[in-house]
Write a protein of this length. Structure first.
Length: 565
């Protein structure tokens, strides 16, 4: 056993409740295998932590077996395993024996009204992707002009929002110049050609700082682009910034403070895709890419008044992205319109041979002219729990808008999603095991550090049993979704009784967040919709109809609005 291994083993026994003397005896058993088996008192303490009430006799019987198991675990050689080490185990959100609809493959957009170049390029800061693309293609605006404009806004407004982890200025200018040259020669890479964007700072971009919002990782870089960045580069998009993420993708607090809400900088922008939410809302990028493990696209989208899509689990490759929950992480677009989200998702979706959780036969397409779903389910308890007048008014707007769209609202019941966070935190502990073993957790916020260390003590049996229960929950949710085409909800909390988010995240269903007016304080209110597995096309059609009916997409945060002359 190595010196570091001895320290880790001793620390775990003490954390499990063993006295220093007992822990030392157990450690000696590891150093001298076969001579001094693990002390029964240490086994009893560990069993108690696992919820098992064993007698002294039962613990003594297991002494030799525990010694062998401990030595086997030591042979894992955790030093060679990093956050990027792949797993041979892949979660599939499709319940066993239950057929899943084949998604639409074709991609068609609705007509878009023309837009003429305004007197000043900055007046395009809040334009949609379609509008920017039309101006670039018609040579009214160059990608370089847009890139410089967004870089300037990022520099100017970051002092208020604290949403920029790092500018990628040199890369952005080079990509913009290349896009302009190609467009001048008649090469068209699609609607994203020349459009500036930003990515959450747990997504690798070659050579750029990718620090995961954590002080101990300042200066961390990677020598390749994440798949999502590589795909956007192939479409001609221009990367202008790495955008702030909450520390290790927790919340909106990171190593440089809090990322603020453009509508009310006195409050945070929620997390952990805080930077993408704030930057998109404030018109600092054309669009952005976030990630979602337990609500980290949906929550900042609601708080910042943008549209965010959390796709079906496995829709977008996570290669090159920090692992939080290996069976829960999703990557999706955060934009200023539903249509923009469809365009970006179409560019980044699909298998890459690196993330084996992405299925081969589930293409993403969208018909922007298709009829939207009308059978909408809701869980009454999530609406009845509205905590104040603003929340109740928002709920009323939601139901009124859906009824105007010809939707029928059906009460449904869903199982608890409590296991979502249990599974996520255990998977985080595994993903950051070498980080914690190196003592780097000491440089994190106490809450993050506690979770990473505590979850190392969860038993493998409990984790696997939780995933077995997860399959039963998947089957229950699938039974509900057979009878409705979408679900609607307005709250995101850790309480599974008042939010659908935990169970939908746990089971891998897609969801979209979009603006739904404003609260009495002037901050955005929102609505979230979820649809069937791999049917983001149907979900986006409903969201587009809702967006048009609600009529709030064109709003700009007053502090960052651009005057039109």
């Amino acid at each position: 056993m190595t010196a570091s291994g001895r320290r880790r083993f001793l620390a775990r026994l003490v954390a499990a409740g063993c006295s220093p003397a007992i822990a030392s005896a157990a450690l000696r058993a590891q150093i001298l295998p076969g001579t001094h088996p693990v002390d029964p008192a240490a086994i009893r303490a560990a069993a108690s932590l696992a919820g098992l009430q064993w007698t002294d006799e039962e613990c003594a019987e297991l002494s030799d077996a525990m010694s062998r198991l401990s030595r086997a675990a030591e042979g894992i050689d955790r030093r060679t395993l990093t956050n990027a080490s792949p797993l041979p185990i892949h979660f599939d959100p499709r319940p066993p024996g239950i057929a899943v609809e084949r998604p639409l493959a074709a991609f068609r957009l609705p007509p878009s009204p023309p837009l003429a170049r305004p007197p000043e390029v900055e007046q395009l800061a809040f334009a949609t992707i379609r509008q920017l693309a039309a101006l670039i293609r018609s040579r009214q605006v160059t990608s370089l002009e847009l890139t410089r404009m967004y870089l300037d806004r990022l520099k100017r407004h970051n002092q208020v929002l604290n949403c920029v982890a790092a500018l990628t200025e040199s890369r952005a200018l080079a990509e913009a110049e290349a896009a302009d040259r190609e467009i001048a020669r008649g090469r068209d890479r699609g609607l994203l050609h020349g459009i500036p964007y930003g990515v959450k700072d747990i997504i690798a971009a070659k050579g750029a700082p990718t620090e995961w919002g954590a002080a101990p990782l300042q200066g961390q870089t990677f020598d390749e682009d994440a798949t999502v960045v590589d795909r956007l580069r192939a479409r001609g998009a221009v990367l202008v910034a790495k955008l702030a993420t909450g520390e290790m993708a927790f919340g909106d607090q990171w190593s440089h403070g809090r990322t603020n809400n453009p509508w009310n900088p006195a409050e945070g922008s929620s997390g952990s895709s805080a930077g993408p939410g704030a930057a998109t809302s404030a018109g600092l990028v054309g669009f952005s890419i976030g990630t979602d493990t337990g609500g980290s696209i949906l929550s900042p989208s609601i708080r910042c008044g943008v549209v965010g899509v959390r796709p079906t689990f496995g829709r977008v490759s996570r290669h090159g992205v920090m692992t939080a929950g290996s069976t829960l992480d999703k990557i999706g677009p955060m934009c200023r319109s539903v249509e923009d989200c469809a365009i970006v998702l179409h560019a980044i979706a699909g298998p890459d041979g690196r993330d084996l959780a992405v299925p081969e036969q589930m293409p993403f397409g969208w018909d922007g002219l298709a009829r939207h779903p009308t059978r909408i389910g809701y869980v009454a308890a999530t609406f009845d729990a509205a905590p104040n007048d603003d929340a109740r008014a928002n709920n009323e707007r939601v139901f009124a808008t859906l009824r105007r769209l010809g939707c029928t609202l059906e009460r449904v019941e869903l199982p608890s999603g409590d296991l979502s966070y249990f599974i996520e935190y255990v998977e985080r502990a595994a993903a950051f095991d070498s980080f914690t073993a190196a003592g780097l957790h000491k440089g994190l916020q106490p809450r993050t550090s506690r979770f990473l260390r505590a979850c190392e003590l969860v038993t493998a049996v409990d984790y696997l049993q939780a995933n077995r229960r997860r399959v039963a929950i998947m089957e229950e949710v699938a039974a509900v979704m057979r009878n409705v085409e979408a679900l609607v909800f307005t709250t995101l909390t850790l309480d599974s009784r008042t939010s659908l988010n935990p169970v939908l995240s746990l089971t891998g269903y897609p969801a979209i967040a979009l603006p739904n007016g404003f609260s009495s304080s002037g901050s955005p209110a929102g609505v979230m919709l979820s649809g069937r597995l791999y049917r983001e096309d149907r979900l986006l059609s409903l969201a587009l109809a809702y967006e048009q009916a609600a009529g709030v997409r064109s709003k700009q945060p007053p502090l960052f609005a651009v005057a039109h002359r």
